[in-house]
Design a protein around this ligand. Sequence first.
Ligand code: 2M8
Length: 418
Amino acid sequence: MQAIKDELDRRAIQIMRDNDRGGYTIPTHGLYPYQWNWDSAFAALGFAAFDPARAWRELEILYSGQWLDGMVPHILFHRPDPGYFPGPDVWQCRGPLPSSGITQPPVSLSFARRLYEANPAMGAVPVRMLFDPMRRWVQWFMAWRQHEGAICIAHPWESGRDNAADWDKAMAAIDPADVGHYVRRDLDHVHAAMRPTKDDYDRYIWLVQRGRRLGWHAPSLAVDQPFFVADPTMTFTLMRGVRDLIWLGEQQGLPTASLWNDLQMLEQGAETLWNPEIRAYDSRNALDGEFSGTLSNASFLAWYGGIDRPELAGTLAEVLAPLPYGVPSLALQDPRFDPKRYWRGPVWGVLNMLVGMGLEDFGHPQGQMLRQTTGRLIASHGFAEYFDPRDGAPAGGGSFTWTAAVWLAWAGVSIELA
Ligand code: 2M8
């Protein structure tokens, strides 16, 4: 048993090293050749298992791309690579590094705390350096992505759950007729049945074109937003991030007063995402107030955010019951469920981990169960980008950084292999 675990550890470390581009990590070779925001945060956790200094470097480089207004972009284009579309020439952003013009879930705030806790002596300097940039990113979210206390996305890519069923209705309101010709590159790497549709892509690119036209200027973008959806992924990861940033600030004697206000507001905002009809947290279109009616893996991030809701545990049990490998990105019962198509059914190690960590924090046995399930999924099906939730078949890109990181930081720790 120990030999199998050692071999999996070795493979996971090898993937992290192979995807390391000298201080930052790409998600996987070919499909995603740049530094992605939340992937990088997971990478930092993975590195922490065998090279803590490298883990901090990952975060420092991520925050070196922060814009003057506080946003930390979802992609940093350190070196041009024609294998990905849309690249820096399409985004045309004005940050300190070539980047995209939108953001991603701020899990790095919380993972910084984990790095610090593992080694406070090593963490003191990076925490003092990153605290203010992190606080400014929180302020940016509260200023430009907040609606009734919940955190919204202005592009499906911001949520990290790109083609989730959550966005269908809100996306349908966009008419992308004038998007023009473009060539997708993702389909060179992964079968079309596992990726978003052309209808989705037209709208993704149309939203990028709108941002570019408005110079990525937050106040201008906020006028007549065509897409603005309050998202449980963003709301709960920011809520957890603010709690952890407060904790870090208190450790280091740094100012935390504004963060307490933000936390209070986020707690109120989370309430606006509770959809009694599905007995779970849901995304809510901020433009018309309508819930999407979607049971996704983000519906169960409340524990991770610091909220224990007994009713939610019942819904989770129902979603988990028919499937062997953890929380699907869309419940099996949903008619839109599509087991191979990206964020519309497949199971993702990263979401299993966030949901599981939250459950473990509250001492719910489902957390430990999710950890074991995720460990077995990776042990038997490899380090894929995502997996078919019915049989664990690997899908999307291979040799994936965040799946390796999930193994090293969580799922492979205390694994019981049969
Ligand atoms: C996926 O998103 C990118 C766009 O950001 C894409 O499909 O091109 C998502 O799974 C996202 O959550 C992830 O961060 C990114 C890189 O792994 O890929």
